[in-house]
Design a protein around this ligand. Structure first.
Ligand SMILES: [Zn+2]
Ligand SMILES: [Zn+2]
Length: 304
């Protein structure tokens, strides 16, 4: 094997753990610093830059490097959704206190359920697992119930996967997901730091699952949502696509029978059968009109 090929192999085996655990190590230092969220954004941007370069060095699918005309929309959806997350983070800071002061006398027991005495790494793992239950079911419902698919289809409408379309979610889709995944943590009285760790894990797993890098993930495929598993989830073939709903970890896919990881390279034939509107605002509005929903579902326009 030529030297450069051997090096590519090493990179493809080490990329996933380096970006994921390296990112979390970065998060650890930023969270104990003075401006945690700003510093974290810098670490996150660094990870995106690394993946952007790796996509050119060892792409999973060469064709996906070609522009698809959706880059500006991908970025716009990301900014809108991420902007909402900032507001959610702010709410996360005050909401538990507010809710606690109102609800505490009524449901005092609930708020003492969170095991704050455990090491933060255990609390973070617990937070990720509890949130995953909501993430799994909101994602599965978004695929299995047409009412919710109208919003989630936007994420699946891309015909190539790369690091930039990680944040391409309809804002309603994101709100649904955040509601189901975070409310249990509020009710259990999880501290703000647990929400930060959940955010960090979701951020790094998210860019990894969507990047177009030929990564070997081996045993990680049985714990985390990896690029290999998530590529199957984007397959045009319903039998392959309606699987691997896990956002961060795959425990609920394994438990509820939706885990899919056959012994062959994951599909590059991705996308949906329906049609998504062209512009950013049109994409936001499309699920709210009857005609728009018919296009999303790939139904013929109704004749008058
Ligand atoms: Zn999906
Ligand atoms: Zn995806």
């Amino acid at each position: 094997m030529p030297k450069s090929e051997a090096f590519k192999q090493i990179v493809s085996y080490s990329a996933w753990p380096l970006v994921f655990f390296g990112g979390l190590t970065g998060a650890y230092f930023t969270f104990s610093g003075e401006h945690p969220l700003i510093a974290f954004s810098a670490v996150y941007a660094g990870a995106v830059a690394v993946l952007f370069l790796l996509e050119r060095y060892i792409p999973y699918e060469g064709n996906w490097l070609e522009p698809d005309g959706e880059t500006a929309n991908d970025i716009a959806h990301t900014l809108l959704t991420k902007g909402l997350l900032e507001v959610a983070a702010l709410l996360a800071a005050i909401f538990p206190m507010l809710a606690a002061s109102i609800l505490q006398p009524l449901v005092a027991l609930q708020f003492s359920l969170w095991p704050s005495e455990l090491p933060m790494i255990v609390q973070a793992a617990l937070g990720v697992t509890i949130a995953e239950f909501g993430l799994y079911w909101s994602h599965r419902i978004a695929h299995e119930k047409l009412f919710f698919w109208r919003f989630h289809a936007l994420h699946h409408s891309v015909t190539r996967l790369w690091v930039v379309n990680t944040g391409r979610f309809h804002v309603m889709d994101s709100l649904f997901k955040i509601t189901l995944s975070q409310i249990p943590l509020y009710l259990l009285g999880a501290p703000l730091e647990v929400f930060w760790w959940l955010g960090a894990v979701t951020a790094f797993i998210g860019i990894l699952t969507h990047c177009n890098v030929d990564m070997r993930t081996g045993v990680f495929d049985y714990v985390f949502s990896t690029p290999r598993l998530h590529r199957w989830h984007h397959s045009k073939e319903i039998r392959e696509g309606n699987t691997n709903y896990g956002e961060n970890i795959v425990v609920f896919d394994l438990l509820f029978g939706t885990y899919f990881n056959p012994d062959r390279p994951s599909s590059t034939d991705i996308g949906i059968k329906g049609q998504i509107a062209q512009g950013f605002l049109q994409q936001l509005a499309q699920p709210f009109t009857k005609e728009g929903v018919r296009q999303i579902l790939g139904l013929k326009p109704k004749r008058n």
